[in-house]
Design a binder for this molecule. Structure first.
Ligand code: DAH
Length: 360
């Protein structure tokens, strides 16, 4: 009897000590396998006297069942622990961004375009697009700039010539985003509210001019849209864009062929200590051109000027980026210098939106 007790203690301890499936299987075989200690003991029953067998038989059987149950219980425990460990190790946070540390940055021009789009989208303006290789007609004639108009010379146009292709209407690299006004009116009709950010081209190159630069065009057409709507829209835009509480704009009478009346808009600012501050100070800085859409322009876009009227504006995006982010030289924008991009670029996963702050 004593050695049964000993066997019991020994094998139960071995089962309890098994840390993994293999160790447990080894402990099971040592007790209950063909040559296991308990199996061998059971084989000895045949050589015992009937009395001995009577007491040892049931005791050994009970021990066999007990160890069998202990092995089973331990196996379940080991499997649970292994599953637990896997779940812990293979846990995935599906809310993490796809690439936690993107190495590229967003160019200030792209950043400003995203900011503009967020602000104007909030005011109900959709984004419209047009081609960069534009017809002479969309770029000039439709905007009330006929061939003999002096404004054509001012635009320093890149003309697109194709040898022997007299059939095709003349094309230019668009000199401004204003032709998108015409395309948007033709496509959408009235009423409409669009902005059109994009590249424009002029044959010009010095510290403040590059042959390719960026503008955003704005156009709102409705039954009774007025200069007052234009003023509110631009003030609201500047407040949101420069992330200041108040801005003051000054409308100066001007002339553009595609608007009547026309106004250039200056923003109040200060240059104290070489630092630009928007919304305070005694200086004024010109930031955009604007006006009420000329009736001829509406007509060129297929809209009846007796029924509809609207405002338009055009803003230089590169200038806005330089002002907001204190970037001194325009030419550096297009040199693709990685050190410059790392310094002035924006984190790729921070998408500008009004609620969270445009330029966090
Ligand atoms: N297209 C003009 C330029 O490139 C800018 C401009 C002025 C656009 C007045 C407008 C506007 O829509 O109303 O210089």
């Amino acid at each position: 009897m004593d050695d049964i007790e000993e066997l019991r203690a020994k094998h139960l301890a071995a089962v309890a000590a098994a840390r993994d499936a293999e160790a447990l299987e080894a402990a099971r075989i040592a007790a209950l396998g063909k040559k296991g200690e308990i199996s061998l003991k059971m084989r000895e029953l045949g050589r015992m006297s009937p009395e001995e067998r009577k007491s040892a038989g049931p005791a050994l059987n009970a021990l066999k069942d007990e160890i069998d149950a202990a092995v089973r219980a331990r196996r379940a425990e080991i499997e649970d622990a292994a599953l637990e460990e896997r779940l812990e190790a293979e846990w995935i946070d599906v809310t993490l961004p796809a690439r936690p540390r993107p190495s590229g940055t967003i160019h200030p021009v792209s950043q400003v375009m995203d900011e503009l789009t967020a602000i104007f989208a909030d005011m109900g303006f959709a984004v419209a697009e047009g081609p960069q290789v534009e017809t002479d007609w969309h770029n000039f004639d439709a905007l009330n700039i006929p061939p003999e108009h002096p404004a054509r010379q001012e635009h320093d146009t890149f003309f697109m010539a194709r040898a022997g292709d007299d059939e095709r209407p003349p094309h230019v690299l668009r000199t401004h985003t204003s032709p998108v006004q015409i395309r948007a009116m033709q496509q959408q009709g009235a009423p409409l509210r669009v902005i059109a950010p994009g590249r424009v081209y002029r044959m010009d190159m010095d510290q403040t001019h590059t042959p390719m630069f960026h503008q955003v065009e704005g156009l709102a057409v409705g039954r009774d849209i007025s200069m007052a709507n234009l003023k509110w829209t631009l003030e609201e835009f500047c407040r949101a864009f420069f992330e200041v509480e108040t801005v003051e704009l000054r409308f100066r009478a001007s002339h553009f062929p595609f608007t009547e009346p026309s106004a250039e808009v200056d923003i109040r600012c200060s240059w104290a200590d070489g630092q630009l501050r928007i919304g305070e100070g005694d200086d004024w800085m010109e930031i955009l051109g604007s006006g009420m859409v000329h009736p001829r322009v509406l007509r060129a876009g297929g809209i009846d000027p007796d029924q509809w009227q609207g405002f338009a504006f055009g803003i230089g995006i590169d200038r806005l980026a330089m002002l907001k982010y204190g970037i001194p030289d325009l030419r550096a924008f297009f040199e693709s210098d990685l050190r410059w991009l790392r310094h002035y670029g924006f984190a790729a996963l921070d998408i500008p939106e009004l609620a969270g702050g445009l330029s966090r």
